[in-house]
Design a binder for this molecule. Structure first.
Ligand code: 5GP
Ligand code: ZN
Length: 122
């Protein structure tokens, strides 16, 4: 199902252009428009689910399997030193786009925020 006026529904459907790094029947993975680090990407399901509470369990499983595969692949290709996988739910938690997505954030020794718990401060 799609939601009218949802930017990630439009991006996932290819109606709004994005830098797509991976696509299959269920997901599109794009580079974040405002990256926290080099290679910051977003796993976006093609179906609209507002947040993790609405996400069916099989999709949650598939999203995590994809996150693991891409984290491995990106670590090899970007030669990063660590990796954050982040997923925000609700305004209070920093969610700004209300279509479920997972952040893939490659980390580099020189990004200098190793002592911070929150990747938002990068
Ligand atoms: P949230 O804060 O909801 O967890 O993350 C939303 C993310 O989507 C932000 O990191 C933001 O930069 C990114 N974003 C918002 N609009 C667009 C867009 O139109 N294109 C792309 N590529 N990323 C977007
Ligand atoms: Zn949507």
């Amino acid at each position: 199902m799609r939601e009218e006026n949802c930017i990630f529904c439009k991006i996932a459907a290819g109606e709004i252009p994005s830098k797509t790094i991976y696509e299959d029947e269920q997901f599109r993975v794009i580079l974040d428009i405002s990256p926290a680090s080099k290679g910051h990407a977003l796993i976006i399901p093609k179906e609209h689910y507002a947040d993790i509470y609405k996400l069916p369990e099989d999709m949650a499983g598939q999203a995590m399997i994809l996150a693991k595969k891409l984290a491995l692949h990106m670590t090899e290709t970007l030669n990063c030193d660590g990796f954050n996988i982040v997923q925000n739910n609700g305004e209070t938690a920093g969610q700004t786009v209300f279509h479920f997505h997972m952040h893939l954030i490659p980390r580099y020794e020189q990004d200098g925020n190793q002592d911070k718990l929150c990747w938002n401060h990068l």
